[in-house]
Write a protein that binds this ligand. Structure first.
Ligand code: NAP
Length: 533
């Protein structure tokens, strides 16, 4: 039995606010049936209540001590776990994703909040650096300089359609912004409004239980091109996190850059995640390799940002046999329901465009699924020259489709890869016999991608300290960071130096005695919390 009553309203500073700009509703993509309640879309005039509340919350939330701050993130995780069953039911109905997949995603959502809590508790991200005064230094004395990182201020997050839990209302962007100490306003994804609201109340409850300023979190329903744009234009907003299409991401980048005070947009947009199969990999179990590739392309209906949409395979007999094995593996697949009918339609257009290009032919295809939002997975093939010369073959097709490109030499492949757009990942399949070839390619790949894998598949992104889920444009708008893992906190922090401030005026984490027990860099040396100055 559901315990949370869905209101169909936005949540602003802990209160429900009913929008006056029309309504939308969830749709079950498996049956096309409408799911209640109707969600009232906000108009731009109502946004300022949320941005003003977030602005007001900035100072108190940004200066919470580490244990209170971490407790809040833990409480969010606890509250999201408490509504697990109703959340998974609702997310299944709104997205067509399977129970198994959503159970994993639910666990990932609470685990990542707890991981961020552990980082906040340790406080390393506060980046404390102390260069003590050297009054006797010749020829000039050195002042006392202390640095710490502060939260940038209110952040707007656009939830992703393909991760209704782990990358939406309380997903990676929200978790990392809150961990940095920034209030968050989420623009709810209209493809899973009820899922968004359930999580929204779990977060709101955590804000209340921890006695925080109610402006720390708001969840707004409305059209992206209207309220999304207005939020990003609002002078009180200081940064943006986004996952979605290249068109929407670049529209937001333009808006942010045109403000009187431009702000950073951390947008994750489009990537085709090349896989490079070296000749040596085809001496192994070729069928197993082909099946694993097809499983990675078709899992979650291919609606993953890291789906391998491009695979380079050597010319020759072994490569021919691998292509045949891919076709065989595909013929056993069936289309799974995609997130929304428009996303399925967009996939179909993408595949039709791919299929209509010169020198492109079908490698293999599965069966269509049980409804019109479940098209048949497909892989097409071409040669390296055609791929290199035709930009249409480089575009992301969001869903279960891929292009298999035959290459003659690693030198030619290297030239092609060097000219490709930025990607989230690149994957190499090889044995030791191809290490020299791989060493040729790696420096080029490093310039083009955020994560390089060997003998694995890029789908399935580990949330940890070392992960990079990023890459040069258009994989993301800012290739110097990540949207998954604890390093993501850095996106929402800014360093401030304090020169010669008396102890009484210094912020607590920089004072003598290290009252927040943080690891500090003193005179360039990393110093654990117990050896303070
Ligand atoms: P989307 O159309 O980019 O929408 C994402 C979010 O941005 C939504 O909240 C949307 O709000 C908002 N938005 C759309 N246009 C906007 C604009 N001009 N200004 C401000 N906000 C705007 O993505 P989607 O609906 O989730 O999926 C559609 C396509 O995105 C897919 O077919 C795929 O190509 C791509 N996608 C990529 C990834 C990835 O990880 N690389 C993940 C998901 C989707 P409204 O819905 O209210 O317009």
């Amino acid at each position: 039995m559901p315990t949370t009553e869905l209101t169909g309203c936005s949540i602003i500073g802990g209160e429900t606010v009913r929008g006056g700009a029309g309504t939308i509703h969830g749709v079950d993509p498996r049956t096309s049936s409408v799911l209640g309640p109707s969600y009232h879309q906000l108009g731009t005039d109502q946004l300022r209540i949320a941005t003003a509340a977030a602005h007001e919350a900035t100072s108190s939330f940004g200066n919470l001590d580490p244990s209170e701050h971490a407790q809040f993130l833990d409480k969010m995780a606890e509250n999201i776990e408490a509504v697990r069953d109703e959340l998974i039911e609702r997310a299944m109905a709104e997205t067509g994703l399977s129970r198994d997949r959503l159970q994993v995603e639910h666990r990932r959502t609470s685990n990542q909040l707890r991981l961020f809590a552990s980082v906040v508790r340790r406080g390393d991200h506060r980046g404390v650096r102390i260069d003590p005064a050297l009054p006797d230094r010749e020829p000039l004395p050195r002042p006392d300089i202390r640095q710490r990182k502060i939260p940038v201020g209110p952040v707007v997050v656009f939830g992703a359609s393909n991760f209704p839990l782990a990358f939406s209302t309380a997903g990676g962007d929200t978790a990392s912004a809150l961990a940095a100490g920034c209030p968050v306003i989420v623009k709810a994804h209209n493809a899973h409004p009820g899922t968004g609201e359930l999580v929204g109340w779990a977060v709101t409850k955590a804000v209340q239980e921890c006695g925080l300023h109610p402006g720390v979190f708001s969840l707004l329903y409305g059209a992206g091109s209207v309220i999304g744009q207005a939020l990003v234009s609002d002078p009180l907003i200081k940064a943006v996190g986004f996952t979605g299409s290249r068109d929407a991401g670049t529209a937001l980048m333009r808006t942010a850059a045109q403000r009187t005070e431009p702000i950073p947009v951390y947008a994750e947009m489009s990537s085709i995640n090349p896989v490079i199969v070296f000749d040596s990999a085809l001496d192994e179990d070729m069928d197993a390799l082909a099946q694993a590739f097809v499983a990675s392309v078709t899992g979650s209906s291919g609606q993953l940002c890291t789906v391998p949409g491009l695979i380079f395979v050597p010319e020759g007999i072994k490569g021919d046999a691998f292509a045949t094995a891919v076709g065989r593996a595909l013929s056993t697949t069936t289309g799974q329901t995609m997130l929304t009918e428009p996303i399925a339609t967009s996939w179909t257009h993408g595949v039709e465009t791919l299929a209509s290009q010169d020198n492109v032919s079908l490698v293999g295809q599965g069966e269509p699924g049980p409804n019109k939002a479940a098209p048949a997975p497909a892989v097409y093939g071409t040669d390296l020259g055609t791929f290199t010369g035709n930009e249409a073959l480089h575009r992301e097709i969001f869903g279960a489709a891929a292009l298999l490109v035959r290459y003659g030499s690693v030198a030619e492949l290297k030239e092609t890869v060097a000219r490709m757009e930025g990607q989230l990942t690149a994957t190499l399949h090889l044995t030791e016999a191809s290490y020299d070839d791989a060493l040729e390619l790696l420096p080029v790949l490093e310039q083009r991608v955020g994560r390089i894998l060997v003998n694995g598949w890029p789908t399935g992104v580990e949330v940890g300290h070392a992960m990079v889920h990023g890459g040069p444009f258009p994989a993301t708008s800012e290739g110097r960071t990540t949207s998954v893992g604890t390093f993501a906190i850095e996106r929402f922090l800014r360093p401030v130096a304090y020169q010669n401030l008396p102890q009484e005026l210094l912020p607590e984490p920089l004072r003598h005695g290290n009252p927040w027990h943080l690891t500090q860099m003193i005179e360039g040396v990393i110093t654990p919390p117990d050896s303070h100055r």
